[in-house]
Design a protein. Structure first.
Lengths: 356, 165
């Protein structure tokens, strides 16, 4: 797999299509699995990790899965390439920053990635654009079956799939849906939604796992409980709550249209204006402004001058590693802010209302 | 009221309120002294806390604090401070402590999901394989290559009987 070519595309999760794609960015399911006859990663020696990696890599690249998996050993990658994989959500920040033998197997369309020697020996992940948990489950369940024919998983009838952290034991499954909720943030109702979700044991995180104030108004909702419930039950619980959040967001959007149409118009146009003319732009400000643009496009305020896949692409391309890949050079903070602003000016030249 | 440890009449009564939940401990003089709650007629606050908190985290905290996994060598206290277990066998070795913990995290303590078709479900056998691998490691480190070769064949043999692929 050529990492430089990755920057040319959006990958699966930002494709901007799929069910409810105006609000639901992507659906993701990950499974934690371990080999039965090795210590967990944190307790394995470098030699053991190398042994684990060799064995898993062999089996992963030979799998007769629908899409072939390419294996990338992380120590062989530059820090920039590792960061690129984090930004594309193919690997975790933890795996990128860890030491020792470790890597990731990635499918062509980036719908599947398998981390090796993360906190658990294996972290299988399936991603889909839009609200498509069932499709993601079908993918990952099948991959898990294929792997299990060739690997002895650590499993107990009592506790299920055994994981390094007891918070993942049982199904080892974390299923999450990423939502874009700008109207709930603008109408200050987002906290209420969080509290309701926490009551039913669902976790809320930002785009890259950050806490309360999510950048770009992106929120990931995922299950916390992994033991004592079947995969189907866990998926059903999330699947049932998402349409409610979608409908709250839609209500908040109609409230904005009804009660503060002028202010909303102003907000969207200012965002486009700033993105089209600024000469320095941090990644945080970019996320905030693009969030307003995305809301504007979805509410039909920008007269089809820019599409959702394009906005999604800009979210990704303006992340630090992607930006440096695009520019073909390693840039410090200030240089990045200037390159980011230049890139956004070019891409958005045609966007927004005609100013003449 | 009877002592919680030995059924003698309880003479030492402790009550504590944590997060609005009342917890009570009732012991006889002898058991209280044994648990070092009362030392020379004085109150030992540290021990009292241990007892009350111990009830919350699960029983036999003292015993657990000395537990070490024979397979991977992790101590129970290391798990408590780091939050990560050392190997699959720890679920067995630390079971007494993990059960109340799992109950608190997941409000359940039994797997209800997918079951792998081929996995070695026999914990005994998993441990055996892990032990063999450790011995192999040591043999290689000690440059005892004949032993290492023998162990490697043994591991291969054992794995091939339950690994179809």
């Amino acid at each position: 797999m050529n990492l430089d070519s990755l920057t040319q595309s959006n990958g699966e999760w930002l494709r901007g299509s799929g069910p409810e794609a105006d609000i639901v960015i992507s659906s993701r399911i990950r499974l934690a699995r371990n080999l039965s006859s090795f210590p967990f990663s944190s307790r394995a020696s470098t030699h053991q990790k190398a042994e684990i990696e060799q064995m898993l890599k062999d089996r992963l690249v030979k799998l007769e899965a629908e899409s072939r998996l390419d294996y990338l050993p992380l120590p062989a990658l530059t820090p920039l390439d590792r960061q690129l994989l984090v930004e594309r959500q193919l690997i975790s920040r933890e795996l990128a920053n860890a030491d020792g033998p470790r890597g990731v197997a990635v499918a062509n369309q980036e719908t599947v990635s398998v981390m090796v020697n993360e906190e658990d020996h294996l972290r299988l992940q399936a991603m889909r654009s839009g609200f498509a948990l069932d499709e993601a489950w079908t993918d990952i369940d099948r991959l898990d079956d294929l792997l299990e024919e060739r690997i002895n998983y650590a499993f107990s009838e009592e506790f299920g799939y055994l994981t390094a952290c007891p918070t993942n034991v049982g199904t080892g499954m974390r299923s999450s849906v990423m939502l874009h909720l700008p109207a709930l943030v603008l109408t200050k109702q987002i906290e209420k939604v969080f509290r309701a979700l926490q009551k039913i044991n669902l976790a809320v995180r930002g785009l890259y796992g950050e806490g309360s104030r999510a950048s770009g108004d992106f929120y990931q909702i995922s299950n916390q409980v992994t033991l004592g419930k079947s995969e189907t039950t866990i998926l059903t619980e999330i699947r049932e709550v998402i349409p409610q959040i979608i409908s709250y967001e839609r209500q908040a959007r109609s409230t904005l249209t009804r009660e503060s149409r002028q202010a909303l118009h102003d907000r969207v146009n200012r965002a486009v204006g700033t993105l089209r003319s600024a000469t320095m732009m941090t990644s945080e400000e970019t996320m905030d402004l693009l969030s307003s643009v995305r809301l504007g496009v979805n509410m039909g305020l920008l007269e089809d001058t820019i599409s959702i896949p394009t906005v999604n692409e800009l979210f990704l391309q303006t992340q630090p590693a992607h930006l440096q890949k695009l520019m073909g050079a390693s840039l410090d903070g200030e240089e990045r802010n200037s390159a980011r602003a230049r890139y956004l000016r070019n891409r958005l030249r045609e966007a927004g209302p005609n100013l003449n | 009221m009877k002592c919680q440890s030995c059924n003698q009449p309880a003479t030492v009564h402790l009550t504590d309120v944590i997060h609005g939940k009342k917890r009570e401990v009732h012991l006889c003089q002898k058991c209280a002294e044994k648990q070092e709650i009362i030392k020379h007629q004085e109150l030992n606050l540290g021990a009292i806390l241990q007892t009350v908190l111990g009830q919350h985290l699960g029983p036999m905290t003292d015993e657990l604090s000395r537990l070490t996994c024979p397979t991977c060598g992790i101590k129970y206290m290391e798990f408590r401070s780091g939050g990560r277990l050392g190997c699959p066998q720890d679920y067995d070795v630390f079971k007494g402590a993990l059960l109340p913990l799992l109950q608190r995290i997941h409000r359940a303590a039994r797997h209800m999901g997918k079951i792998p078709v081929h996995a070695v479900r026999n914990a005994e056998r998993q441990r055996e394989l892990m032990d063999l691998r450790q011995k192999l490691r040591k043999a290689v480190d000690a440059e005892a290559y004949e032993d290492a070769a023998r162990l490697r064949d043994l591991i291969k043999n054992k794995e091939s009987t339950d690994e179809p692929g």
